[in-house]
Design a binder for this molecule. Structure first.
Ligand code: 4AD
Ligand code: MG
Length: 430
């Protein structure tokens, strides 16, 4: 019977078949130790000459890394084995050979590995990261679905910018039009929220950012909830609840993978509500205390975010940024119009901004003014202005980038390992 490696525990003492690939082989004169992987886990298959006979034993002499194999044998519990079980081999069938596999257990440079990303993802560590990514995405969907949010998809081809005109990717749209790959589904999300109340979109987003940092991709996945009749505090409460729930879900279900990436889970266990909430002004004062020379009015750089977040053992929420550095759609604070009712959530351990959002500008006249101030083409936003013409209400939401969350939860150096095929300034292959 075909059994997936992570299910072997329910088949002890039975004869089972594993279909997978050879991860590694060690051999002595009388025994081959074959480490098999099948995508669900790894198991050691013990092949003794006595059990399989001279001929089959000899055939296994040359089996090399990543050969695909179908192995039949008896499952046995073994406390010393990595997964807790081993397989005593009866037969081995080679499905596809693999010669000179380019990624060996020795150290390779990261560019070498990224050029072979389609193979690199077979490694134990990369598989663990991608499984955690899967868990995070499902945890996000469950969080919103369980609370009655409606998934409403937003377009990828868009006629105008959402997050600033400098990071747009143009695409030729038939003969005479230019479309842009979406930077965020937010504007359409706002329309959807006016129809459905509480919504979210979850898809790929694009930024032509020429940043070569460990936090930037040109294509990344973002989940964006949007709520009608909501204010900044509601947005912060929602972001906090989402992050707590996602971290807890990974702790509950992906211990094995967290161990494979050598994550210090005590750091994740500390991620409990309430998260500290500080204003931009307070953040500036903290940075100055730490010796940074920083002017009121600018956005924070990566090093500023790292310094700020280092003070806390859980994510910190920074709200009320200077309106001038934030997007056109943000609502100015009625008490103090030079700041916007926006919030960034900074992850601990130097992972920087994982969430950005806030309350939206619901007033028609003010929004028109902001569109002019930002030199945006009003015609392209007429539909968006309609939301303020026909029953405008206070509303807000945020965007959370999946790759930054995966990098933080897994404790990775760089977001390039958080997605199967990263897209970056100098990387479009494979
Ligand atoms: O702060 P951002 O630009 O916010 C928006 O796009 C809003 N329209 C979202 C909303 O309110 N609906 O991006 C949101 C998040 C960031 O906090 C970060 O996690 C991620 O998206 N992000 C990136 N992730 C990887 N690479 C990049 N180049 C990213 N740019 C933003
Ligand atoms: Mg942001």
């Amino acid at each position: 019977m075909h059994v997936y490696i992570d299910q072997i525990g329910s088949h002890v003492a039975e004869e089972i078949t594993v279909k997978g690939w050879l991860h590694n082989r060690r051999s002595s004169g009388k025994i081959h130790f074959l480490i098999l992987r099948d995508g669900t886990g790894f198991v050691q298959a013990v092949m003794s000459k006595a059990a399989v006979g001279e001929e089959m034993f000899k055939a296994a002499d040359h089996l090399s890394q990543e050969t695909s194999l179908i192995v039949t044998g008896t499952a046995r519990a073994d406390a010393r084995a990595p997964g807790g079980y081993e397989l005593d081999v009866k037969t081995v069938e080679v499905v596809g050979e693999s010669h000179d596999y380019p990624i060996t257990p020795k150290e390779h440079g990261v560019d070498y590995l990224l050029d072979r990303r389609h193979l690199w993802i077979r490694s134990e560590r990369q598989q663990a990261i991608l499984r955690i990514r899967h868990e995070i995405i499902n945890a996000i969907r469950d969080f919103f679905n369980d609370r009655g949010f409606i998934l409403a998809d937003t377009p990828i081809f868009t006629p105008a910018a959402c997050e600033g005109t400098t990071t747009l990717f143009p695409a030729q749209y038939f003969e005479d039009q230019t479309a842009y790959l979406t930077q965020s589904g937010q504007l359409y999300n706002e329309a959807n929220a006016m129809a459905l109340g509480r919504v979210y979109c979850f898809g790929p987003t694009f930024r032509a950012e020429k940043s070569k940092t460990r936090r930037h991709l040109t294509e990344f996945w973002m989940v964006e909830p949007e709520m009608a009749y909501a204010h900044l505090d509601d947005v912060m409460d929602l972001a906090e609840a989402l992050i707590v729930s996602v971290v807890q879900r990974v702790l509950d279900r992906r211990r094995r993978e967290l161990a494979a990436v050598e994550r210090d889970v005590s750091k994740l266990e500390a991620v409990q509500p309430p998260f500290p909430r500080i204003t931009y002004d307070e953040a500036i004062a903290i940075l100055r205390e730490q010796g940074q020379t920083i002017e009121w009015g600018g956005d924070f750089g990566g090093p500023d975010e790292t310094l700020l977040s280092a003070r806390y053992d859980r994510p910190v929420m920074v709200h009320r940024y200077p309106a001038a550095v934030k997007a056109f759609y943000m609502k100015p604070d009625p008490e103090r119009p030079e700041v916007a009712l926006g919030v960034d959530v900074l992850a601990p351990e130097g992972y920087g901004e994982i969430v950005g959002g806030g309350e939206r500008l619901a007033d028609l006249a003010l929004l028109l003014q902001r569109i002019k101030d930002h030199n945006l083409p009003q015609e392209a936003f007429e539909w968006y202005l309609d939301l303020r013409r026909y029953g405008s209400v206070p509303h807000g939401g945020f965007g959370m980038g999946v790759e930054r969350v995966v990098a933080w939860i897994c404790g990775l150096e760089h977001v390039r390992e958080t997605i199967p095929y990263p897209r970056m300034l100098y990387r479009l292959y494979p």
